[in-house]
Design a binder for this molecule. Structure first.
Ligand SMILES: [Zn+2]
Length: 148
């Protein structure tokens, strides 16, 4: 199989409809298709997809990664705290902002898995991400705890 690269994704020649798709379509894929359509909320599959995407991102430093996350409109990331064991990252303006609140549910595991994949590659060690806050849960923003 000939693999696609992230660079391939940027080759767009869609003359009438352009390069962007509406957020409601992305939400439908994520929440109706994956979260509701796959067994156990799509947990394992989402992790696999997110890690793979994260590893494919053309970034070599944390700064580049944070910049790309904003460029791709995944969200506006801020590092809240960092130490040798890991870091906490908040993501403002996540795709889930504005959805009805479903207390007890966190739906941005794909973003966490993308962080995992990208940071594992950047630091060349195992990184795990845990979503600890989500707009959908009623929190003020989405947050991830990353452990090295
Ligand atoms: Zn979110």
């Amino acid at each position: 199989m000939n693999n696609f690269t992230f660079e391939d994704m940027k080759q767009i020649k869609r003359t009438t409809l352009g390069a962007e798709v509406p957020l409601e379509l992305f939400r439908a894929i994520r929440l109706i298709g994956m979260y509701q359509g796959l067994p156990s909320g799509g947990k394992g599959t989402t992790m696999t997809i997110g890690r793979k995407i994260g590893q494919s991102l053309p970034v070599t430093s944390l700064e580049e990664l944070l910049h790309l996350l904003e460029e791709l409109k995944i969200g506006i990331p801020h590092i809240l705290s960092t130490n040798e064991k890991g870091m906490t990252i908040a993501v403002e303006d996540c795709f889930c902002e504005g959805l009805p609140i479903h207390e007890g549910q966190m739906v941005c595991d794909l973003e966490g898995a993308i962080l995992e994949g990208a940071l594992s590659k950047i630091y060349n060690k195992r990184v795990t991400a845990k979503e600890i806050k989500c707009n959908v849960n009623g929190d003020e923003r989405c947050e991830y705890e990353l452990r090295f």
